[in-house]
Design a binder for this molecule. Sequence first.
Ligand code: EPS
Length: 355
Amino acid sequence: MTLRLATAGESHGPALVAIVTGLPAGLELERPAIDADLRRRQEGYGRSPRQQIEQDSVEVLAGLRHGRTLGTPLALVVRNVDHKNWTWGMAPWPPEGEPVGKGTKPVTLPRPGHADLPGVLKYGHQDVRNALERASARHTAVHVAAGAVAKALLATIGIVVRGATVDEEALRTAIDEARADRDTAGGVVEVRATGVPPGLGSYAAKEDRLDARLAAALMGIQAVKGVEIGDGFALAGLRGSQAHDEIRPNRRRETNRAGGIEAGVSNGEEIVARAAMKPLPTLMKPLRTIDLETGEEAAALVERSDVAAVEALAVVAEAAVAWELAVAAHEKFGGDAIGDFVAAHEAYLDRIRWR
Ligand code: EPS
């Protein structure tokens, strides 16, 4: 069974939801571990006051009994505490009574760089809020919860995934400066995965390539505009004699310019992937746009937002890479019960040991 993830939820709606299918039965999950990742995602430098409102914590509605997966669909929920301020504005059914709270007036001033304009054009919305609510990076919370489940699966075969910002000090200075100018900042994060066996992914078809899958997963995160694996763009400027990782006795490599992936297949070295985040598009000194009602020039929507979410991206990117590695590992080792998955991994390591 393929490991699959589906999510739903709007930023100021009642909750975010994830359904994970295909997990082996008997996998032990720990609520504190999932909640710790949710907290890490919220703590990043430069986040909006929204993070003081939310206290993200996972609820499990199905698929788990006494801390172990049942092999049935796992349903995860992360509530939006801020929804209490939007009960009229984000009511699923036509609301009764006078408009009250937030989200009661249609948004008609699309922000350049957000989902606002392409979203209303594509779906035929009148109110930009109908596009921005789902496009919001708020829903990365439930991806982080699913990523924590993926990390638990990976841990059973010794794979550890960790994301971090690149150059933390310079990033924090850039965020402070952007905040002082009432502007926003972007940055770069790096995810490293250790313990990945050779042989995840395949060169047999482009969609099977592990690097293609990681790139899609990272590019699928809000505000990510660039991805590289290993030395990525820098490799383009090198000679072949400098760009590859020589194979030494006992399969040892002295360099890892490939970032642990050759021809779309993991090679046993550490997986290294980077993602570049653009500066966030909700600006306190707004850019020029048009009013969708009148077609006239206007200033874009100004509303509460983060100055930067790069530290949050490190956690979200970690979850995204963990999820893709879990899918690839489960594809290779299979198993309806967690013991089958672990045993298949062991048997495979035995097979390749002689080389
Ligand atoms: C976001 C805008 C802000 C962020 C939000 C993502 O939301 P709000 O307008 O409610 O302050 O805080 O991120 C989160 C709420 C979160 O938990 O990550 C956006 O437009 O993408």
